[in-house]
Design a protein around this ligand. Sequence first.
Ligand code: MN
Length: 196
Amino acid sequence: MKDITPVNGQFAMPTLPYEALGEVISKETLSFHHGKHLKAYVDNLNKMLPGSGLEGLTLAEVVCKAEGGLFNNAGQVLNHTLYFGQFSNTPKPMSTRLTAMIEKAFGSIEAFKKEFEQKGVTLFGSGWVWLSADKDGNLVITQQRNAENPITDGLTPLLTFDVWEHAYYLDYQNRRADHLAALWQFVDWQVVEGRL
Ligand code: MN
């Protein structure tokens, strides 16, 4: 995973490389999700860093060392950076290498997607479902609450679906399962594999 370094003590707002993803993530959803929710996390992180003792560290380092509100805001900046950065309207397909890794861990691509969606659907409340790699390159799916990221458990995060209601409610209301199932068509697997 490519880490993020602050400039003059401040983390920059991650850029959004698309205006919408079909009807699965609308422009209106992105105006709130990226423009308001993520903006607030970035602003809060930058306000809370001075005096925390974690100034100058990379974003991943802050997430691994911070607690309380600083952890929540830093975690959400990292999580959303990975989330928004992994989608594309012209996504690259899965390589034979990543296909083999997923098949080894989950049996098949379809079984992997089914388990990933199921873990997203059954996560109670707000959080994230993640595909990560351990230090030996084995792939795992985890559910993480609120602002958590598998990086704090020593894992390398590769892919994530946001299951906070703010991620899908304007487009899908309560139909979280339908939203998650529709996201796969926009996943850029070259970006995902590049985080290994
Ligand atoms: Mn979100």
